[in-house]
Design a binder for this molecule. Structure first.
Ligand SMILES: [Zn+2]
Length: 315
């Protein structure tokens, strides 16, 4: 595994929600676990306690678990209680090749900015050996399947996710900040469709806010048939002067959000959510930027008016 692949794997495991097991063929994951738990290197990621990116060391603590994963050490590890080997009680219990191996392991990362900042990730790796489907004239082959479950993380995944809002919460109303927070929290707990629902509610709420202020506020609290009966892309067009440019220039954003709510699976939403969250951050930045420019313009106008008035009195 190349060095950069470790970074991808660490990020994947950092962002894996608790108790959402993934499973598959054993060989590649066992290789990753062994290498990562014995990885003597550095990884740059966000430190929730420094509240900024930091270089993390992966120190020796993880190596005890790595040692237990080596085939030749498995028996000794079982004696120490690091891993357990049990009989598979359900299918083919009489076959000695059918067994289950359980192993907890921990990945520990230490922040290099402040020595007392650690990140702990706890996993349970279950390996079951099952017999392949019987095919006529062929012997049954045992296949090893893994099931990897993250059962612990500190600081929590929510602490890692909420930092996405750092410096940007002022961009939105209180209601929308709550929606954004809920989206990040539900995402951290593995409820990815729900996280999309909260982002879509935010999007719709931004349109309604813009409806109240567009055309000098003339449509506020009144019926506006052209808008009220229109599909979302048309609504965005009518509100273009009030909306952040990113929403106006990318009507597909609403389409993706709606698909996430109505059609996509949890896994598909999990894949798309980082992009959707990034869109929300960009929208927040554009809103803050617009407000800052308006304030600057207002202040500059005032100063110019004062200067003009001073000079006017002299002439
Ligand atoms: Zn730190």
């Amino acid at each position: 595994m190349a060095k950069s692949d470790f970074g991808v794997l660490i990020e994947k495991w950092l962002n894996m929600p608790l108790y959402n097991a993934e499973s598959g063929e054993l060989k590649p994951i066992l290789d990753q676990v062994k290498r990562l738990t014995s990885f003597d290197g550095r990884h740059e990621t966000y430190c929730p306690r420094c509240k900024k990116d930091a270089i993390f060391l992966l120190p020796g603590d993880a190596k005890a678990a790595s040692w237990a994963l080596e085939d030749e050490n498995r028996e000794k590890a079982m004696e120490r209680g690091v891993v357990r080997l049990t009989d598979e009680p359900s299918m083919s219990a009489n076959d000695p090749r059918v067994r289950r191996w359980l192993g907890p392991f921990e990945v520990v990362m230490q922040c290099t900015r402040v020595e007392s900042h650690f990140v702990w990730l706890n996993f349970q790796l279950e390996v079951s050996t099952k017999l392949d489907k019987p095919t006529e004239g062929k012997l049954l082959k045992p296949i090893e399947i893994y099931r990897l479950t993250k059962y612990g993380q500190w600081p929590s995944l929510v602490d890692f996710h909420l930092h996405q809002m750092d410096g940007l919460a002022d961009a939105f109303s209180e209601v929308n900040v709550k929606e954004w927070k809920r989206s990040l929290m539900t995402q951290a707990h593995g409820f990815n469709v729900a996280a999309c629902v909260h982002l879509r509610r935010m999007f719709e709420s931004l349109l309604l806010e813009a409806r109240d202020s567009v055309d000098g506020g003339t449509h506020k609290d009144k019926e506006w048939p052209d808008f009220d009966g229109a599909p979302t892309p048309e609504r965005v067009r009518l509100l273009a002067s009030e909306l952040p440019p990113f929403i106006v220039e990318h009507p597909e954003l609403y389409g993706v959000l709606s698909k996430g709510v109505h059609q996509l699976t949890e896994q598909e939403c999990f894949r798309e959510l980082p992009v959707l969250q990034q869109c929300m951050r960009l929208i927040a930045e554009q809103r803050i930027d617009k407000r800052r420019r308006a304030k600057n313009e207002e202040e500059t106008k005032k100063l110019l008016a004062e200067a003009a008035s001073r000079l006017g009195r002299r002439s």
